[in-house]
Structures are given as structure tokens and as C-alpha cells.
Design a protein. Structure first.
Length: 337
């Protein structure tokens, strides 16, 4: 069910937009700029306002903190200020908008997606014009991704045999690429394809996201004792934290990677990135995308996207009969639709 607003744009009823009053001051200054400086008609201003608030809804963030995340301010740390990292988060959010429902007849329309991205472009233009940021994500590139993805019936995922080849290739010592590092590559594939991390979550992941904790809710249900288990506290969209159990196999792969990393770059400390590039620098979205491209190519499988690895985790859970609401919780979705 949806409401038809502003020339046929589909706004799903289950996605309530936050009221304008809850948005930050910069949002209202931008609307004023649209009216006074840009001369936009009321219909366009209203549509742009809804579009930006739609991003807030799909990001699951507090409306008042929107300006602190998209875009980041000059006062943020260098990592948070990274245009690459902000673009990765935006791609995740736009991807969720496109895939919020898999029934093509109910999916958010291409017109709505384009309206949303046009509004983001305008908002970033205002922020850049007023020196509120040091750089903005490439919305045109995100728009291009949206136009390709919006026509797909389903997000793609790795078939079992292709995923096996990906694991085997990632672990091979004879990797011919300079961006490859077998122990790290195997661990990264596992965190994406089994843990279902978003690209931005993998980029943001820190050493101390992993810890031993007791998962009391599991004790007595499946014969698992209440002894400490490895858990990953994923800090996802909107600042929400989800606690994911980490299997012994994945921890073993991670431990091998961390041991090799320490030999090359020294001991890690709290707050250090969980994964690094071969030169010791944190991953950016672009470098992570290139890394997956090389692994796909070396494995001889279809050049799937980063989101396809995450979607593979969801498909695998569904194949084991895990209920949809549990999968949504595991993946960090605010809704099963």
C-alpha cells in the first residue's frame, strides 16, 4: 500500500517520514535557500524535503543528527570525514531503498529514487557552497548504480559452487594481484558472505568490535553452554548496534590474518581497523570494490557486487529455514520489508 504524492511518487505507508521540525537547522536553511536563492516552486521544495527525510528513514538515524553523518562536518575525524566512506554508506542506503521489497509491482519507483538523489545533490550543493563540508559524495555515480539496480528483479547472490570457488581462490598463496593477501582475503570474504556485513560496516569495523561475551539466550536452546563466545558488535546504520555470534571457523581465519598483519605492521591497539590494505592503509569503498573484482576474476565467477556477498548471507540463512524476522534482525534491517 502506498500514497500517491507529487506527480505519482510512491511513498510506502510503512516508512513514516520524520516531521520537518525534527530535522537540524542546516536542513531548514537549505529549504530557505531553495525558496529564496534558487526560486524553486513550493511543489519542488516539498518533494525535496520529503526526499531527504526519506534518506533519514531508510538510514534509521535520528533526524536531528542527519547533518552530522551526511555529509560529515569539518570538525569530524579524518576517517569520518572521508568522502569514500560516506559514499559507501549512501550506496548501502540507496541499495536498501531499491531492495526494500522484492515484488516489482510494489518496489519504490524509479521516479522516487531519482527524486531522492536529485534532492541529495541539491542539499550537498548548498553545503559545499556555504563551506560546511570539505567534500561530498558523487551522487551522479550513486544515481548510475541506482538506474542499473532498479531494473533487477532480485539482488544477485553467489551460488554455492561459486562461493566455494571464491573461498578457495581467496586462500590461495599464489595470488597474482598486488591487492591480494590470502589470509586477509579469506577472512574478509567470510565476514561479508557469512556475517552479512555491509560494505560500509566492513570498512568501519574495528579490532575491538570482536570480544568474548555470554549469549545467555542461546543456553539451553540448542545445547550450547553459557560459556563466553566470540561476538561481533556491529555498529551499523543510525548508530544501531547488533550482536552477531562469530563461528570458531571465522575466528580462526581472523586470527591467522591478525597474526600476519602484526608481523608486517606491528601490534594492533583498540580502535584500529579490523582490515587493512596491503600498504597498511584502511580500506575505502573504491579499494574494497576493486579487491572483490580481482578475487571474482581470479576465481572465474561472475563479477558480483559487494552487496551480493551480503545478500548471500541472507539467502543462506533462508535456505536453512531461519524465519524472515530473525534474518532481518541478523542483517540489521529495521523491517523485514
Amino acid at each position: 500500500v502506498s500514497l500517491k504524492l507529487l506527480g505519482g511518487l510512491d511513498i510506502p505507508l510503512h516508512r513514516d517520514l520524520p516531521p520537518e521540525e525534527e530535522m537540524p537547522a542546516v536542513f531548514h536553511a537549505w529549504l530557505q535557500w531553495l525558496r529564496v536563492r534558487e526560486g524553486k516552486p513550493p511543489n519542488t521544495i516539498r518533494a525535496y524535503s520529503q526526499a531527504v527525510r526519506r534518506i533519514v528513514t531508510y538510514a534509521g538515524m535520528e533526524p536531528a543528527s542527519f547533518h552530522e553523518t551526511f555529509p560529515a562536518t569539518k570538525d569530524d575525524t579524518a576517517e569520518k570525514r572521508s568522502v569514500e566512506n560516506r559514499q559507501a554508506r549512501l550506496i548501502d542506503i540507496v541499495g536498501e531503498m531499491l531492495r526494500s521489497v522484492y515484488d516489482k509491482s510494489q518496489r519504490m519507483s524509479k521516479a522516487t529514487i531519482n527524486q531522492t538523489l536529485a534532492a541529495l545533490t541539491s542539499y550537498y550543493d548548498y553545503c559545499a557552497l556555504n563551506y560546511l563540508v570539505e567534500g561530498v559524495p558523487d551522487v551522479k555515480r550513486i544515481r548510475k548504480i541506482a538506474k542499473v539496480d532498479v531494473d533487477q528483479a532480485d539482488p544477485s547472490y553467489y551460488r554455492v559452487e561459486d562461493l566455494e570457488r571464491l573461498y578457495q581462490t581467496a586462500a590461495k598463496e599464489e595470488g597474482r594481484r598486488r591487492v591480494r593477501w590470502p589470509t586477509r582475503d579469506l577472512a574478509m570474504v567470510a565476514f561479508l558472505a557469512v556475517m552479512g556485513l555491509r560494505a560500509s560496516e566492513l570498512i568501519d569495523a574495528e579490532i575491538d568490535w570482536l570480544s568474548r561475551q555470554r549469549l545467555e539466550e542461546r543456553a539451553g536452546l540448542d545445547g550450547v553452554s553459557d560459556r563466553p563466545n566470540w561476538v561481533m558488535e556491529v555498529r551499523g546504520k543510525g548508530g544501531r548496534i547488533r550482536r552477531l555470534p562469530v563461528s570458531p571457523e571465522i575466528m580462526k581465519a581472523n586470527n591467522r590474518w591478525q597474526a600476519e598483519r602484526a608481523k608486517r605492521f606491528g601490534r594492533t591497539k583498540e580502535g584500529d581497523p579490523l582490515f587493512l590494505q596491503n600498504n597498511g592503509a584502511p580500506f575505502t569503498y573504491r579499494r574494497l570494490l576493486w579487491w572483490l573484482h580481482t578475487v571474482n576474476e581470479d576465481a572465474g565467477v561472475r563479477d558480483h557486487s559487494l552487496h551480493a556477498l551480503r545478500h548471500t548471507a541472507g539467502v543462506t540463512l533462508a535456505s536453512y529455514g531461519v524465519p524472515a524476522h530473525e534474518i532481518a534482525k541478523f542483517m540489521g534491517h529495521s523491517s523485514i520489508v
